[in-house]
Ligand binder design. Structure first.
Ligand SMILES: Nc1nc2c(c(=O)[nH]1)N[C@H]1C(S)=C(S)[C@@H](COP(=O)(O)OP(=O)(O)OC[C@H]3O[C@@H](n4cnc5c(=O)[nH]c(N)nc54)[C@H](O)[C@@H]3O)O[C@H]1N2
Ligand SMILES: Nc1nc2c(c(=O)[nH]1)N[C@H]1C(S)=C(S)[C@@H](COP(=O)(O)OP(=O)(O)OC[C@H]3O[C@@H](n4cnc5c(=O)[nH]c(N)nc54)[C@H](O)[C@@H]3O)O[C@H]1N2
Ligand code: SF4
Ligand SMILES: [Mo]
Length: 683
């Protein structure tokens, strides 16, 4: 019998948790993936989606793509023939050179994002695209760019948040526009419950984290800035404004004082739908301090997303909840404090010219145009499921004259449109490093088994493609071993990757740190900047304002499509049980809105707007605020009825700054379909 091994590794999905895993293998194949009981975040369990996926499609040769493929059918048909790596890479390089002979390199586009967030597989391919001079489709524009712009302008850094290990010092934790019960399940399960702090959740949906909160402020979506000002009003009235902090460490607070004075709880209640006494109670809770503010990424995916982030992050500034244990805010924790040198892996110096990036909000119209787009690489990204204007995007991807190379583990909707398909190895099949975006850890991703079939890690695919292109820069060929050792040495944790692997996951910096300790802010003035020309230049108002994006008043509903606990963006959408669950998706709405449309539980309904149409099964629930319908994001279109997912309804509306996704601002009409389909799978 083949010898059984157990390898300790880590989950590299785009997830706050960064779970530790123990993986058993025998005879070169994975036999069991489970949570690592010794890992402080997940303590022996994995989320449901990964338990299914990693013990299912991810280790199933029938579900994985195991050989390079070349298209034989029409674009989008998903019909391919097997080719060798040599054939595929030589032909791709030949076609790229032909394009470059007649068109600028900027006509070659690439999209990439959350497929794997391990450092090398997530960033090394950038070296190739920099060398090529290709146009990057800015990944953050489909997710969180507006928040980065707003926080960057105010604090100088949007990727330095509080250290979750300091939560014991907090008396209040505010979770605003995020849903840890789905998007950070172990932080929800352990960190939040054990903190001892009172919990305030601000969200139009009563999700499982809201359910366990001390106060749930179930506001109307789009009214966050008004709620923030009303909270500030109460904080001011009750003496919680920290005048000394404001005088010494901020600029521009005077521009908001009048708006704060006007924003009484009753004023706030009228604009947000949150009862005035709840606004007062939540403000008192925050005002007692020290208090943490966890800002969701979902929060800023709305029309006034950057303005909302600006208004909400006035809370820690006005109350001086910054610079001491148990205080601060968190959007994302980047790798800087963990010793990651941002440019090392991506090597932007290889670019002779860097064309302006394109927003995902402009992806479909850009790909439609032969003068703008001659070739497209998609890697770590399933645009046909995750990006806006789904029908238009699919039509653009069907352009016969667009050279499309797709790199993935699975034959996604995006892959179906490709001319060449290059099979990627999974995280169980190569070494890498993971730095999750919540708790400050550095984790070794350790190879458990050889890559399946002929699959290769992203980085090896791009080394080979660079060779096929006759490129010579040594950075394009740096080995994994060399990069891993450099990355580990840069952290200071160990001498080399073997040293980190022996430790597994390490809290790093070793001791808990305080966000912005010393109160030196990396802004031009060294202070928190609240107002001024820099905001205007970014497309925002000079000073923070209590803007409200009102709900539609013409019978339409606002559609929210946040994260599902059964999917990671579109990943795991091909897991049979999960695909079945989303075959006919659910649309949750308030019973009052249902009654007004003559809809009862389980009715088949359609959601329609100018961009598209989708059918769904109605689920009535007071967990959803009136005026809103909720569907979760990003199942696999081709596995669902109508071959669409919720992004068929998204017109690509952008935020007020950052050209970023305002996907939570979609409006739709919902109506009952007369002939319910009795044979549709149950949810
Ligand atoms: N309606 C709606 N849409 C949304 C959102 C929303 O809130 N609502 N959220 C948006 C957000 S926040 C984001 S970040 C985007 C995410 O969108 P994407 O980044 O496109 O995420 P996925 O759809 O999971 O696609 C990742 C792909 O990478 C593949 N992959 C996994 N590992 C590897 C690897 O090692 N190498 C390669 N080459 N591929 C790999 C996976 O199989 C998968 O097909 O979606 C956005 N879409
Ligand atoms: N299980 C799972 N985990 C994930 C992902 C996944 O797809 N599935 N995706 C990963 C990625 S890429 C990201 S970016 C993060 C995202 O994780 P989160 O930041 O949690 O983002 P979302 O789930 O999009 O939305 C969070 C909440 O925002 C609320 N919301 C919508 N509109 C408004 C509004 O106007 N005001 C307020 N206050 N709230 C609003 C929604 O109701 C939802 O509960 O999660 C990551 N983790
Ligand atoms: S996706 Fe998140 S919760 Fe699930 S196993 Fe990976 S790190 Fe853990
Ligand atoms: Mo995201």
């Amino acid at each position: 019998m083949a010898e059984q091994t157990t390898v300790r590794t880590v989950c590299p999905r785009d997830c706050y948790d960064g779970c530790g895993m123990l993986v058993e293998a025998a005879g070169g194949a994975v036999t069991r993936v489970a949570g690592d009981p010794a890992h402080p975040v997940n303590r022996g369990t994995l989320c449901g989606k990964c338990m299914h996926g990693y013990n299912g499609a991810w280790i199933d040769a029938a579900a994985r793509m195991t050989h390079p493929l070349r298209r034989v059918g029409r674009k989008g048909s998903g019909e391919f023939e097997r080719v060798s790596w040599d054939e595929a890479l030589t032909e791709i390089a030949g076609r790229l050179h032909a394009i470059l002979a007649a068109h600028p390199p900027s006509s070659i586009l690439h999209t990439h994002y959350t497929g794997t967030c391990s450092l090398i597989a997530g960033s090394f391919p950038m070296r190739f695209f920099h060398r090529l001079g290709a146009t990057e489709v800015d990944p953050d524009t489909v997710c969180n760019k507006a928040g980065h712009v707003a926080l960057g302008l105010m604090f100088g850094d949007s990727c330095l948040g509080f250290d979750p290990r300091t939560a014991a010092a907090a008396r209040c934790i505010v979770i605003w526009g995020m849903n840890p019960s789905a998007s950070a399940p172990h932080a929800h399960q352990h960190w939040l419950r054990e903190s001892g702090a009172a919990v305030v959740v601000v969200d139009p949906i009563r999700h499982d984290t809201a359910r366990l909160a001390d106060h749930h402020l179930q506001l109307r979506p789009g009214s966050d800035a008004a709620l923030a000002f009303a909270l500030l009003h109460v904080l001011a009235r009750e003496g919680h404004i920290d005048r000394e902090f404001i005088a010494r460490h901020t600029l521009g607070f005077e521009t908001v004082e009048r708006s704060i004075a006007e924003a009484t709880p009753e004023w706030g209640a009228a604009r947000t739908g949150v009862p005035a006494d709840l606004i007062v109670a939540a403000a008192r809770c925050y005002g007692r301090g020290p208090a943490l503010l966890w800002l969701g990424q979902g929060l800023q995916r709305q029309r006034f997303g950057a303005s909302v982030m600006r208004a909400v992050s006035l809370l820690p500034v006005a109350t001086g909840n910054i610079g001491r244990p148990g205080s601060g805010f968190l959007y994302l924790n980047g790798g800087d404090l963990r010793g990651l040198r941002g440019d090392y892996l991506a090597a932007p110096h290889l670019a002779r010219q860097t064309p302006p990036a394109v927003s995902h909000m402009d992806l479909a119209p850009t790909l439609e145009r032969p003068d703008r787009a001659r070739a497209l690489f998609t890697w770590n990204n399933n645009i046909a499921a995750s990006s806006p204007e789904q029908s238009r995007l699919h039509r653009a991807l069907a352009r016969e004259d667009l050279l499309h190379v797709a790199i993935d583990l699975f034959q996604t909707d995006t892959v179906d449109f490709a001319d060449y398909v290059l099979p990627a190895a999974s995280f169980l099949e190569f070494d890498d490093i993971v730095m999750p975006p919540f708790r400050s850890m550095v984790s070794a991703q350790c190879r458990v088994v050889p890559a399946m079939g002929e699959a290769l890690p992203n980085q090896e695919i791009f080394r080979r493609l660079a060779r096929a292109m006759d490129y010579a820069e040594p950075e394009l060929f740096e080995s994994d071993a060399a990069m891993l050792d450099t990355l580990v040495r840069d952290t200071g944790i160990a001498e080399d990757f073997a040293g980190l692997a022996a430790l597994g996951s390490v809290d790093w910096p070793a001791q808990p740190y305080v966000q912005f300790e010393g109160l030196a802010f990396p802004t031009p003035s060294g202070r928190v900047e609240l107002a001024g020309e820099r905001f205007v230049a970014a497309g925002l108002t000079r000073a923070p304002e209590p803007v409200v994006e009102a709900l539609p008043d013409d019978g339409a509903l606002r559609l929210l499509s946040p994260a599902s606990k059964w999917l990671m963006n579109s990943s795991f959408g091909n897991e049979p049980l999960i695909a079945k669950r989303f075959g006919v998706p659910s649309a949750w709405l308030h019973p009052d809105d249902a009654r007004a449309r003559n809809v009862v539980d389980d009715d088949l309904v359609e959601l329609v707007n100018d961009t598209g149409r989708i059918e769904a099964r109605a689920e009535l629930s007071t967990d959803v605020v009136p005026g809103v319908v909720m569907m979760v994001k990003s199942s696999w279109p081709k596995l669902a009825q109508g071959r669409v997912n919720v992004n068929v309804l998204f017109d690509g509306a952008r935020t007020d700054a950052g050209a970023s996704s305002a996907v939570h601002s979609i409006t739709v009409r919902l109506r009952r379909l007369d002939r319910p389909q009795a044979d549709a799978p149950a949810q």
